[in-house]
Design a binder for this molecule. Structure first.
Ligand code: CA2
Length: 149
C-alpha cells in the first residue's frame, strides 16, 4: 500500500515562524516521523510540498495509479481551491485533510474548506501530530475496505 502526503503553500516554513500557532516541528521532522509510522504499518509513503496551486494539482494527477490514498494539508488553498478538490475527486482516491491549527477557532475565512466535503475525514487542531493520526486512520480504513472486498 502506498500513501502520498501532500503539503501546500508555506508549510515549508513550519518550525521557523509562528510557533504559537504551528508549533516548533519542521516539515522535515514531520516527514521523518511519518516515515517511521509507515514502516511500523508496513506501507510506503511519499511526502511532497509545493507552494503553487497548479503544481499541487499536477502532483495529485500524478498519483493516479501509483497511490492508494492521500493525506493532504493544502494550507490556504484548502479554503479557496475548487481546482484542488476537482483534482482529488478526479483521481478518486480516499484522502484525509489535515490542519495543524484549529481553523474553526481562527478567522472566519479559515472555517470553510473546499476539500472537506470530498474527504474521507478531517483532522484539525492537534498540531503536527495530526498528520500521524490522519495516516493511521487512512490506512485503517483502506485495510477495512480491502478486508470487506
Ligand atoms: O492549520 C493548518 O494546517 C493550515 O492549513 C495552515 C495554513 C493556513 O493557511 C490554513 O488556514 C491552516 C498556513 C500554513 C502556513 O504555515 C506556516 C508555518 C510557519 C510559519 C508561517 C506559516
Amino acid at each position: 500500500m502506498r500513501i502520498a502526503v501532500l503539503n501546500g503553500p508555506n508549510l515549508n516554513l513550519l518550525g521557523s515562524r509562528e510557533p504559537a500557532i504551528y508549533g516548533r516541528t519542521t516539515l522535515a521532522e514531520v516527514d521523518a516521523r511519518l516515515s517511521d509510522v509507515a514502516r511500523e504499518l508496513g506501507i510506503d509513503i511519499e511526502c511532497m510540498q509545493h507552494n503553487g496551486e497548479g503544481a499541487l494539482v499536477d502532483m495529485v494527477h500524478a498519483l493516479r495509479g501509483r497511490a492508494h490514498g492521500v493525506v493532504v494539508n493544502a494550507g490556504a488553498y484548502s479554503h479557496t481551491s475548487l481546482a484542488l478538490r476537482d483534482a482529488l475527486s478526479g483521481i478518486a482516491l480516499p484522502f484525509v485533510e489535515v490542519h495543524i491549527s484549529n481553523v474553526y477557532a481562527r478567522e472566519p475565512e479559515r472555517r470553510h474548506s473546499m476539500l472537506a466535503s470530498a474527504a474521507l475525514g478531517v483532522v484539525v487542531g492537534l498540531g503536527t501530530h495530526g498528520y500521524e493520526l490522519a495516516l493511521r486512520g487512512l490506512v485503517h480504513e483502506l485495510r477495512r475496505r480491502e478486508a470487506d472486498a
